[in-house]
Design a protein around this ligand. Structure first.
Ligand SMILES: NC(=O)C1=CN([C@@H]2O[C@H](COP(=O)(O)OP(=O)(O)OC[C@H]3O[C@@H](n4cnc5c(N)ncnc54)[C@H](O)[C@@H]3O)[C@@H](O)[C@H]2O)C=CC1
Ligand SMILES: O=C(O)C(=O)CO
Length: 315
């Protein structure tokens, strides 16, 4: 069984021994789109974290049987084309939940407490200039009693909701946008976001969620709203977000993801200089514990596929 790992660097140089034991593993640190076909021409299995596998690539790889995505999100794979070519696709579900929850609340805690502004002020020597014991230059707000809206109530959405409830927030689960019927326990998308003090996005990027948060939706939000996106770039229109942050249409945002990654110099969020945006480089998932679980789960997925079992199968 020939296995090609296209972006081993995303596994942070961790030992791949369990995967090596499964077959003949060829591992590349990084692969660009133009190299995929040459590198995978003999592969039975491709492992990719973020390398794009599109329809054209799939039609050039007749031997390919399985794409094992080394991540939860599968938006880098043309799933329709994979199905048409009879190529199975699996992902890794739930491996990074504790890390993403921790990251989400780290972003949120910083924004609600204006921690980043206070840290900056302390570094710049403002505390020594104070005539009282503390500094109160920036507002500090609690998560407790805030309307905390979850977009995408799967593994991460549910785990974030649990912690939000522990903080005393009023958790509201948004129904999918454009749904005419609202499931029990959920609130229609527009009603949910209009009532939100905090919105945390945990849905996949797909045709329904692309540009879900756009200029029109930003206008519906409270001016005090805080938007968190640890899911995928592309769910939020980046120019619309910058306009909303600049014009104080919303209060603040904490993002771990961009529409194009790695980040490009032209990205509107990178060029935004306001301090009501916190941006991390898509590493919410990347705790060492997550990486250990990721490698274990990739191994289990491939073993199961070999046995004919469908675990974590998307296609
Ligand atoms: N920043 C990071 O490091 C990480 C980001 N992610 C992202 O988070 C996403 C969610 O991960 P999980 O919760 O583990 O996945 P999941 O599959 O357990 O949950 C996704 C949820 O979104 C819902 N959903 C699907 N389409 C929707 C739509 N149009 N509108 C609203 N909800 C919709 C699904 O029904 C499901 O409940 C992944 O797809 C991935 O893009 C995941 C792990 C790490
Ligand atoms: O698991 C995911 O979907 C991530 O974005 C991290 O690679």
């Amino acid at each position: 069984m020939k296995i090609v790992l296209l972006d081993a660097k995303t596994l942070a140089n961790n030992p791949l021994t369990p995967i090596e034991l499964l077959g003949e593993l060829t591992s590349y640190p990084i692969t660009d789109g133009a190299q995929v076909v040459t590198r995978c021409i003999d592969a039975d299995i491709i492992i990719t974290n973020k390398v794009v596998i599109n329809a054209e690539t799939l039609s050039a790889l007749p031997k390919l049987k399985l794409i094992c995505v080394a991540a939860t999100g599968t938006n880098n794979i043309d799933l329709v084309a994979a199905k048409a070519h009879g190529v199975a696709v699996c992902n890794v579900a739930g491996y990074s939940t504790p890390a993403v929850v921790q990251h989400t609340f780290t972003l949120l805690g910083n924004l609600m407490g204006n921690m980043h502004r206070y840290l900056n002020d302390s570094s710049n020597g403002l505390w020594q200039k104070s005539d009282m014991f503390c500094r109160l230059d920036h507002s500090i707000n609690e998560i407790a009693h805030k309307n905390f809206v979850i977009i995408g109530y799967g593994t991460l959405g549910q785990a974030v909701a649990t912690v939000a409830r522990a903080f005393g927030a009023n958790v509201i689960i948004a129904e999918r946008p454009n749904e005419t019927s609202v499931r029990a326990g959920r609130v229609a998308f527009l009603d949910a976001v209009q009532s939100a003090d905090i919105i945390s996005i945990h849905c996949p990027l797909n045709e329904q969620t692309k540009d879900l948060f756009n200029a029109h939706i930003f206008k519906q939000l409270k001016p005090s709203a805080v938007l968190l996106n640890t899911a995928r770039g592309g769910i939020v229109n980046e120019q619309a977000l910058v306009d909303a942050l600049k014009q104080k249409v919303i209060a603040a945002a904490g993002f771990d993801v961009l529409t194009v990654e790695p980040a490009q110099n032209t990205n509107p969020l990178l060029n935004y200089t306001g301090d009501n945006l916190l941006l991390t480089p898509h590493n919410a998932w990347a705790a060492q514990e997550s990486i250990n679980r990721l490698i274990k789960c990739i191994t289990e997925n491939i073993t199961a596929f070999h046995r004919g079992d469908n675990i974590n199968r998307i296609v």
